[in-house]
Design a protein around this ligand. Sequence first.
Ligand code: 173
Length: 490
Amino acid sequence: MPALTVASARRVGRASYRLGWKGGRKQSGLIYAWAGKDASDVYNGFHSARLVEQELPASAKMGSLDAAVTEEDDRRRSTQITAATATQTQTQTQSAPEPRPPLASLINLRDFELAFAKFAPPKSHAYISSASDDLLTLEANAAHWRRLWFRPRVLRDVSAVSTRSRLLGVDVSMPVWIAPMGLGRTGGPEAEAALGAGAAAAGIVHCLSTPASLSVEETLASAPGHPWFFQLYVNRDRAKTEAALARLARHHRDQVKALFVTADLPVLSKREADDRLRVTTAEQLTILPLPGATTGGTAATKEGRGGLARTTGSFIDPSLTWECLAWLRRCTDLPLVVKGVQTAADARAALAAGCAGIVVSNHGGRALDGAPASVLVLLELRRDCPEVLERMDVLVDGGVRRGADVLRAVCLGARGVGVGRPFQCAIGYGREGVARCADILREELETAMRLCGVTDLDSAWGDMSYLNTSELETLLPPKQDMYPRLRPRL
Ligand code: 173
């Protein structure tokens, strides 16, 4: 494996950039596919111009950035490519693209996902909607919130209710945050800027992802002064992570309020819907044949790995350990939150490591398939380590689609609830879409509170009297001492 793989080129105005990656089996296919060609259009479909300027070392740049290339040009190019790929793929699959339903016709979070499935480029939809292997955890996340029933109280004055809350020290209009998803341009040309501006309009916080389409600067500029969280994937090249954290501290301390270190995805999982659609040329998406099909047969199909996450995520360091949190602490003074906790034992470990919080998460079913539904882990924590919920901000994400789910989570002891895919789909409607998605959720939460006899979330926090957990209790893991460890034969 060569140390530095051949580069393809990306042009920005008069300047061009050689794109290359060091080693990396998984990335080499992508690089070779573009070797010697102009990769601008396909790159622009998913990333912003500023990002390449910021990420590449000087040695990879040929010429200087043309100041005439404005952000607007960049957006226009992104819109063109996403529209072109949509049309092309629709032609290949013989189905006509459907128009975007009016925003006002979307009345719940599922509507955003369903609408997106109709009008979005199939590659973008595949990336956003996909999850690991057999989708067991994806489906369990959604199904299990519904198995947590309420025990509503009546004849309480619920004429005034407040959804206001505090999340990792930030005042928010409701305890909901926009969960980090990579590559915001898969949602639409405004990408993470729509999430930032929409979140600010709705009074909630967006957790910006490491593999974002826009640079941190571009995203933060979408809502000056508004608070953000930042999701960190630790890079195999630790110096890159150190530099990214230094930049956050130097330029963005007043806006970035917490660092969410993702712990549940040391390697990219297998997401077949995303893998089957491979970008092979700027104008064309080729659909990989289903298993057993006889058509196709390009190098791409043999490899069968066209997943956007797989091709962009091999920088993630799989050697990260609890000990590394001490190193991270030296690199940043932001509050640390471990994202992806799935057992009481790891929740205790995060508390012992001095974290400000955890996110109970299985990456929206995009990490280990067969991992427990998030609501079950939250209930396990409530049963086995309530002190963690008392002493840290415990957040949760995965499968939350209704305001009532937010109330369920708060009653279990969560301080906040992350929502990912619906917001990423809402980017297709720009910042208005993102704000509307949040407003819908807040209205649902208010209604659920009123109907449950809850007037404010502080009083409902951790209050199990509002819940009937019996359907979920039988699904909880047995106490660990039930099965003593086996001793190997000597
Ligand atoms: O879930 C994801 O898709 C994800 O976390 C990711 C990781 C690396 C690159 C792009 C996305």
